[in-house]
Design a protein around this ligand. Structure first.
Ligand code: ZN
Length: 77
């Protein structure tokens, strides 16, 4: 059996999970930089007042927040 001192054992118990968590945080922060925050928004252009707006729901049509006219999505992603 391998003899490990108690202080070394506790240092490993604390430092190894901390190192793994740090590596995961760095990995996911790098991944999140490449994702667009607006990837779930649909863009609408109002046919009545010309207001351009984005709503984070996937609906083929939605009401304009200014005048209430029902508009078709210009772009969905
Ligand atoms: Zn409008």
């Amino acid at each position: 059996m391998i003899a490990v001192r108690l202080d070394v054992f506790f240092m490993l118990v604390v430092s190894v999970p901390l190192f793994v968590l740090t590596a995961l945080v760095i990995y996911y922060s790098i991944l999140s930089r490449h994702r667009s925050t607006h990837s779930h928004e649909a863009i609408y252009s109002c046919a009545h007042c010309g207001h351009v707006y984005a709503i984070a729901r996937h609906r083929p049509m939605d009401h304009c927040p200014r005048c209430g006219t029902l508009n078709e999505a210009v772009r969905t992603s």
